[in-house]
Design a protein. Structure first.
Length: 226
């Protein structure tokens, strides 16, 4: 059994589309009918995220952590307790491709770090899009780490100790822990996701915060790293 885990904090505006894409990935014919759990971890949600998640066929788990590392860890514990052999993580403001889950598990690795793409740059505008395209490596062998496109086997998750209770950069810390225990990591652009460039972000050190922190004039030379 496979699991898709999505942390959410008041995401009623986007969780529906996210779950539609997750459902399509779970039904991918290439998975040959292997069962897939989709778990939305409701972290201090006070809006309609829970109802939309359940309507979308997801299992829900409520926590009051206000901490994305703790939310991802709670979802992982639930999935592992239900027998999942592979954990695929994404974010509520992200849409995954139909082959996303299959591409992760087919790479024959302990973990997969995928890339992200953005279709709507919104308030960031054309200069940010050009800067992203110029500095971001959307190809195999990249070294980017995104919680919106991350997968790991149950065995490797246990060996690395799971997600630390970090409010941001929990994905980076987890991948570093995987490297420390010698996990085989595929740095692949095959599992595709489209994520948000929103300026009202949840994680203080996440992708949205990185975008907002860049100089709109692009004079800093800062690149998109982990």
């Amino acid at each position: 059994m496979l699991a898709i885990i999505i942390p959410a904090n008041n995401e009623e505006a986007v969780i529906g589309l996210c779950l539609q894409s997750a459902q399509a990935a779970a039904c991918c014919p290439s998975l040959q009918g292997e069962p897939v759990l989709t778990i939305v971890v409701l972290d201090a949600c006070t809006d309609g995220t829970a109802a939309i998640a359940r309507q979308g066929g997801a299992l829900t788990l409520a926590v009051d952590a206000r901490n994305v590392g703790m939310a991802r860890a709670a979802g992982a514990r639930m999935a592992l307790a239900m027998g999942a052999r592979w954990l695929a993580f994404t974010d509520a403001d992200t849409n995954v491709a139909p082959e996303w889950l299959h591409e992760q598990v087919s790479l024959d690795s302990d973990a997969v770090c995928g890339t992200v793409s953005v279709t709507d740059w919104g308030v960031h505008g054309e200069p940010m899009r050009r800067h992203f395209n110029a500095t971001y490596t959307d190809a195999d062998g990249h070294q980017h780490i995104h919680g919106a496109n991350l997968g790991v086997s149950a065995q490797a998750y246990h060996r690395a100790g799971g997600f630390a209770p970090l409010a941001s950069s929990e994905d980076v810390a987890f991948v570093r822990a995987l490297q420390a225990v010698g996990a085989r990591i595929a740095w692949s652009a095959a599992p595709r996701v489209v994520t948000s460039a929103r300026h009202v972000f949840r994680a203080p050190g996440g992708f949205g915060a990185t975008l907002l922190g860049l100089n709109p004039g692009l004079s800093t030379g800062q690149e998109f790293g982990a």
